[in-house]
Design a protein around this ligand. Sequence first.
Ligand code: HEM
Ligand code: HEM
Length: 218
Amino acid sequence: MSQTNTSTRPAPTRPVWDPLVRIGHWTLVIAFFTAYLSGDDLFNIHKWAGYVVAGYVLVRIVWGVIGTRHARFTDFVRGPGAVLGYLRSLFSGKAKDYAGHNPAGGAMVIALLFSLLVTTSAGMALYAVEDNAGPLAGIVTEETFAPLASAFGEEGEHGGHEESGAEELLEGVHKAFVYITLALVGLHLAGVVASSLAHKENLARAMVTGRKQVHEEA
Ligand code: HEM
Ligand code: HEM
């Protein structure tokens, strides 16, 4: 009731991340690493974890258009100038505050979603071509990739079974984008740590509670 001594109170916070963004983020983290660790073996787990990733990415893209204020792409997608400006302000120790994603974080969200989309699409296309199964079965076939695949390489033998050019191509794209995603995740975590230090706020916790400190600029 009394508002006299505010200096000992914790910094005021406000809700920023809605439940879809928060629950979706941690589901994505678990599903991504489950798919990664089950890549070679346990194929059903791999497939289903991958479908969770793909499903969430599609939901998140729609939510980026119709979702809550700070979930929308228009709230955090900025040009290269703003991204570089934020990075410069981060290194000079005067990082500008944003209520939602900062411009560099926003660029990383787009890069991660794109990389996950290619990874999972290539995985599903590979499954369709190899086993004629999964959501792309009948939609994507050897013929779909015939022109590209013949340029990519000849048919060959791998792990005891004949592999077509299309399979080699899709496996190459699938694995390459897994590693591109992993590299982005490394940068993502470095960005979360750097921004958390610069703004003196635990941003990973904010992804759990949904609340961030109130700043003048926000
Ligand atoms: C334990 C590891 C991780 C931590 C602590 C973490 C933390 C965070 C934090 C704090 C944010 C919000 C950034 C901001 O304040 O602007 C965020 C956003 C995001 N992270 Fe992570 N992250 C982790 C792993 C991952 C992984 C593995 C992926 C994807 C494979 C990922 C994808 C994303 C995406 C797509 C967003 C945007 C959220 C949205 O707007 O929907 N994160 N993460
Ligand atoms: C982000 C999600 C995914 C990640 C991180 C991921 C990761 C991987 C990795 C690391 C491998 C290589 C295993 C190895 O040869 O060492 C692999 C192979 C494979 N993945 Fe995925 N994957 C994902 C999603 C999917 C999806 C959605 C599908 C389709 C249902 C799929 C189908 C396959 C297939 C068919 C292989 C080849 C298995 C083989 O014949 O050796 N993946 N994946």
